[in-house]
Design a protein around this ligand. Structure first.
Ligand SMILES: [Mg+2]
Length: 119
């Protein structure tokens, strides 16, 4: 069970650093390049699974029990994609919080979106 109530990006990355170390220990690869390649292919695999779930959900009636089940599957596959991206970021030594702050600032500037005072 997680020991915190508010999950920050740092908490999230720290959790996946721990998980990544476990994966690297139990399924070791010879080089950093091989780990980066494996992590990248995992993103592609998980993205395919998310796309498949979304396509399935579009073919189902809303409000049905099946649709609810599919929403859970979509959420689960979304989490897999996010997890696989975080594992790649860790392998590439990317500071997720820093690069996302930079990207948000760039996107707001590009589309002239007003800054929120509370950020
Ligand atoms: Mg998946």
């Amino acid at each position: 069970m997680l020991q915190y109530h508010l999950m920050t990006i740092k908490n999230l990355v720290d959790e996946y650093k721990f998980i990544g170390e476990f994966l690297n220990h139990h399924w070791p690869l010879k080089s950093a390049n091989q780990r980066v390649f494996a992590r990248t292919m995992k993103i592609v695999e998980e993205l395919g699974e998310l796309a498949d779930e979304i396509l399935t959900s579009m073919n189902l009636q809303r409000k049905s029990k099946l649709a609810k089940f599919t929403q859970e599957n979509v959420e689960d596959e979304f989490a897999d994609v996010m997890a696989s991206l975080l594992l790649l970021a860790i392998e590439l030594d990317i500071d997720v919080e820093k690069v996302m702050k930079k990207k948000i600032a760039y996107t707001k500037d590009r589309f002239e979106i007003e800054e929120k005072d509370d950020l």
